[in-house]
Design a binder for this molecule. Structure first.
Ligand code: SF4
Ligand code: SF4
Length: 97
């Protein structure tokens, strides 16, 4: 998709399933997952296409560390993407970048 500049990673275990990010996304690329996390919430999930990197979901989310938005994922090298995903999986806070 031509507009897919951004990318969102949801740390499912930090998500409380409030849906605020889903409602806030202007291009409707976030959904609620049918999965349950350990706390019993349905976490939000990125559909994988169409994120513009606007960051609105990040600012709508009340849970620190649940969402990370990459504004120019399309310009990142594959190894940079892998490092970022690993860092987030390991619990490091990654700012909107
Ligand atoms: S960064 Fe913007 S376009 Fe991307 S998922 Fe969040 S609200 Fe939607
Ligand atoms: S706004 Fe945050 S806590 Fe609420 S569903 Fe989205 S990621 Fe989860």
């Amino acid at each position: 998709m031509a507009n897919t500049k951004g990318y969102v990673i949801v740390r499912e275990e930090e998500c409380k399933g409030c849906e605020l990010c889903v409602e806030a996304c202007p291009v409707d690329v976030l959904i609620m997952s049918p999965r349950l996390n350990k706390m019993g919430y349905h976490p939000s999930s990125y559909t994988g296409e169409g994120c513009t990197g606007c960051g609105i979901c990040f600012y709508a989310c009340p849970e620190p560390g649940a969402l990370t938005v990459f504004k120019r994922w399309d310009l990142m090298e594959e190894n940079e993407r892998k490092e970022a995903i690993l860092a987030i999986e390991n619990g490091q806070r990654v700012k909107v970048s």
